[in-house]
Design a protein around this ligand. Structure first.
Ligand code: CP3
Length: 341
């Protein structure tokens, strides 16, 4: 097995920089769009053999150094009593959102074996077919709570923040339930064979540092302390989170995700020896190849040869990304980071 991704996640020096891209399986691939003509996203996830096929596709096509399980951060929410859908071009929509403290009471505890057996089965299939590590993942409590309270994607996060400020007890109860559930979900994925885990706190960057420390960090600390006992590397990812980076690193995870807007050299100076993941601008994949090449070089130069760098985008691949640019980006990372004998 090519374990260069795992070695970089542990902070070891590697012969080249490992690379994978968030949302590497998805709509920019004609093969994925073809599968989506027959199955919706939740249907793909409920068919382990289709999930495995979709997960493998970008790894086989582009030579990524890790695979990420195909699912969504909303996948475990159905078993917790939520009625939801993923709406094309919009994102997750929750039909029975959390509107008041009493709604927190009805959030059901989660068990990976009965709640998402299809996810565990997909991991078992993938483990027999992959020659690179498999990353399992879950949404972080704040990001999940933002969907559950807003009822869908949000621009200003007014409902979730109002709930947090006005109902601190119910807020903490909701985040405790989500923390417990996502730990169980991730524990199940690791037990089924996931080699690493990523926690996506995509929307947490919309909080001030004070609010993060007050309303979110205590839950994240509990989550990461429990995950550390699983013995697999854990990546902690956020976006628009430059002001939170040291707080997020302190909350936990072995590898800290760095978003596009954050200078990678600044992040490395701030975080010391802690491994990082990032942070090519996903829109550079739409640029002419020479601009893309310079962009890849800039990220590698910002890392400055320090061990413990996993190359990734600063956020997920965008629909419409030319697949040839993805192929070229992976080659460029491998070529330009290779340690010359
Ligand atoms: O990275 C991968 O290849 C694994 C698959 C993956 C998906 N969602 C599949 C998906 C992962 C890791 C996610 C995580 C996810 N889902 C996050 C965290 C990462 C991030 O980007 O910040 C979030 C916030 C979600 C919620 C969500 N699901 C959004 C915002 C959307 C996009 C809506 C749209 O149509 O633009 C989804 C849908 C979704 N999840 C798609 C995929 C491939 C695209 C929709 C489709 O195929 O129908």
């Amino acid at each position: 097995m090519n374990d260069i991704f795992l070695r970089a996640a542990r902070g070891e020096a590697t012969e080249y920089t490992p690379v994978w891209f968030m949302r590497q399986a998805g709509r920019y691939q004609p093969e994925y769009r073809k599968i989506r003509e027959r199955y919706t996203l939740p249907e793909i996830v409920r068919h382990p053999e289709v999930t495995a096929e979709v997960t493998l596709l970008p790894v086989q096509q582009f030579g990524f150094d890790a695979a990420i399980l195909f699912a969504d951060i909303t996948t475990p929410l159905y078993a917790m009593g939520f009625d939801l859908d993923i709406v094309e071009g919009k994102g997750p929509v929750i039909y029975n959102p959390v509107a008041e403290p009493a709604d927190v009471e009805r959030v059901k505890p989660f068990d990976a074996g009965s709640g998402t057996p299809f996810v565990l089965e997909a991991i078992r299939i993938l483990k027999s077919e992959l020659n690179v590590p498999l990353i399992g993942f879950a949404g972080a409590p704040f990001t999940l709570a933002s969907y559950l309270i807003e009822g869908g994607p949000s621009k200003n996060f007014i409902k979730v923040k109002s709930f947090m400020y006005s109902q601190p007890e119910a807020w903490n109860q909701l985040l405790e339930k989500l923390t417990e559930a996502m730990f169980e979900y991730l524990r199940g994925q690791a037990a089924a064979g996931a080699d690493a885990l990523q926690v996506f706190d995509s929307w947490v960057g919309r909080l001030t540092r004070y609010d993060y420390e007050t309303y979110v960090a205590p839950h994240m600390k509990r989550l990461f302390a429990k995950l550390a006992a699983l013995g697999v590397p854990v990546i902690h990812f956020g976006t628009q989170s430059m002001h939170l980076l040291s707080s997020m690193a302190a909350a936990g995870g072995d590898v800290t995700g760095v978003d596009t807007a954050t200078p990678l050299d600044w992040a490395r100076d701030l975080l010391g020896p802690r491994p990082v993941q990032g942070n090519l601008d996903p829109t550079l994949l739409f640029a002419p190849i020479d601009a893309l090449e310079l962009g890849v070089e800039r990220v590698l130069r910002a890392n400055g040869g320090r061990p413990g760098h996993i190359f990734n985008l600063g956020h997920g691949i965008l629909p419409g990304t030319p697949p040839d640019s993805v192929a070229r980006a992976v080659e460029l990372v491998h070529e330009k980071s290779a340690v010359k004998p």
